[in-house]
Each structure stands twice: as C-alpha cells, then as structure tokens.
Design a protein around this ligand. Sequence first.
Ligand SMILES: C[S@@+](CC[C@H](N)C(=O)[O-])C[C@H]1O[C@@H](n2cnc3c(N)ncnc32)[C@H](O)[C@@H]1O
Length: 360
Amino acid sequence: MHSTSAFTSSVRVGDAREVLESVAADGMEGKVRLIYADPPFNTGDTRIGPYADRRTVDDWQDLLTGVISKCHALLRTDGSLWLHINDRQIALARSVCDDVFGQHNYCGTIAWERTRNPSFLHRQLASTLDYILVYGRSIEALQPFTSTVTETNKRIPMAHRGNRNADLTFPPGSVRFNCNDGRYEAGDHSTAGIDAWLLDSVDVVESRNLTEFRFRLPSRYSPLRFKQLLEDGADFVIPKVPFRPSYINPGGTPKLVRSLWTWQTDPTIPTNEDAYREQQEQFEKPFRYAKPTALLRRIIEITTEPGDLVLDPFAGSGTTAVAAIQTGRRYLVIEEQEPLVNSYIHPRIRRAIAETVNSA
Ligand SMILES: C[S@@+](CC[C@H](N)C(=O)[O-])C[C@H]1O[C@@H](n2cnc3c(N)ncnc32)[C@H](O)[C@@H]1O
C-alpha cells in the first residue's frame, strides 16, 4: 500500500492505533473521505461475544482518543467522521471528538432508533436510541449532507384561508387551464371561507390565458414573492370553475439530511433486528454487535462518491466493508480480533463481491 491511487480495499488485523500509524506512514494522510467508527461501548459485559467489553473510564477514553486522533490525520479536507455511540458514552465521546476535531467542526448528531423492541431489562426508561456524532475535518470544505430530493411538480394552492387578500396579475400564457377554452367573465369566484374575485375577463385559448388578468384571493405568496416566481418562469394551473390557481413547484432539489432516523416515520431506516437477521442468514452463530448494512449504505451514500475511500477502525463483522462493496467505494477496515476477521469479515466480503458480480 504505497499511494492512494494504487490503494485497493483491504482488511487489516491489529490494534487500530498501530495499524493507523503504519497506514499514515505509508502515505495515506489526507486520503480518506469517510470514517465510520463503532467502538465497543464499554458496557461492562464480560460474558458474551468475542471480546470483554469492560475497561476503566480512563482506558476507554485513551482508546477512543488514540484511534480518533489517528483517524483525523487520514481524513481529506472534505472528509467526515461518523462516530457511533450509545447514550451512556455520548458525553465522553463528544468531549474526545471536540478535542481532536475542534468544536467548530462539529456538524451535528444523528439520533438513530436502533430497535423495534426495547429490552425488558430497562428499569426506568425504555432506551431505544443510539447516536452518531458527525464531524468534518474542515467544516468549510464539507459539502452539505443531502439525500432525497423534494417532490417534483407538486401543486401548491395559492389561496390560503385567513391570509391577507392580494390582487395578483397573471401575464398572458402564464396559467394552464384544465377547463374549457373560451371567455371567462370577471366576477365572483368565492366559496365558503375563501373570498376570490376574477377582476378582469380572460380569454382561454388552447388551455392558456391569451390575455393578462388579475385575480384577488387570500394569497399564500406575497406580491413580491409572486413577482419573483413569475420572473423565474413559474407555471400555474387553474383546474376548474370557481378559479383556484395553484403554483406548480418544480421541486427535485436535494434536501438536507435530518438528524432523526427512525423506522417509525421512515420504513427504509433499518434497525438492529435487521442486522441480526442478516447475520442469521449467513452464520450459525450471529455476531451480536453488527450494525445493519443498510445503515452503513445510507451513511456512505450521503458522504461519499463512488471510488472514495471509507475507513472503519472497529470493523467487528465487516459491515462497513460490505456496504462499501455494494456502493462501489473502496474500504480499509481494521479489527483487532483475528477470529472475527476469519469467521465474519472475510466470508461477508466474499459474499458481497459475489453478489455484486452476479447482479452486474
Ligand atoms: C461494536 S463492534 C463493531 C461492529 C461493527 N460495526 C459491525 O457492524 O460488525 C466493535 C469492534 O471493535 C473491535 N476493537 C476493539 N478495540 C479495538 C482496537 N483497539 N483496534 C481494533 N479493533 C478494536 C472489537 O473487537 C469489536 O469487534
């Protein structure tokens, strides 16, 4: 691994602090677009899983500081860190990240509803949230995080009950009429709750107004905003008599990603139950701490472009590598437990590559 252009994806075994140091020495500083880090949460659990998740507070903080500061050096100026953490460790994790990245580069925190079934072990509060802290290497160089686009050609009624009346002037050709061609005389177009007046007679030819006309209604848009819409070439529609003009919003613009991710309002948001199901499909003994691949795909698609390099210093069962393969990104994942690398990461990567090749 000598130059980024030559860098192909890789899985490294070892303590992330040491591996990251050697990776930096190999010329990888400033080359990584996204870091997703999902450290052990220091739950105190010593009974289950492949590793004992119990450290002193100082040890845990040292681990996080060591890994996060070494990660920071590898990020591109337009790169970001997404640190997955639970509610108990969030305060410490924020203070570590603020120290390493600077508070100025903090973008926000995603609240992810990790489960559909809160544990019966909770005594006071059924805690269902994990958090993902987001930092930019340099917030000025970071693109806004966008995902879906706004609805296209949405019809927005111009009359809004209770608003102040405005006399809007529609220039010739600016309105599409879905009613018959012909002359519509000036007059009252009010209905219950909405006062509306056609102030000038209008001739409609081939479904467009041949002449300019004024229409009075309790307008959603101020006369200034309406003028701006006209200047931008906005399209309006009147479906029938009584006239109720609507503005056709072209939409299709990217929307900023919101910080609440929950299956309750968006069924495409996965939960840990999905992650467990994925593991069960492939392994007799599922890795219990895996995150859902769809969660990683979502983060990768928000933050990177195809071909970019994604780093995960706490790889676990290799979910980040799988999501990177599925989305056409390169990956560098690090895991200190060799049995996890052999039993989960490599088999999952082989399967993801095979599925990608088959679907091509
Ligand atoms: C919560 S799990 C990550 C799960 C992963 N996101 C997934 O979807 O499978 C945390 C992982 O970090 C690993 N780990 C802990 N300390 C580490 C270190 N110093 N260097 C590298 N990996 C470490 C643990 O062995 C464990 O597999």
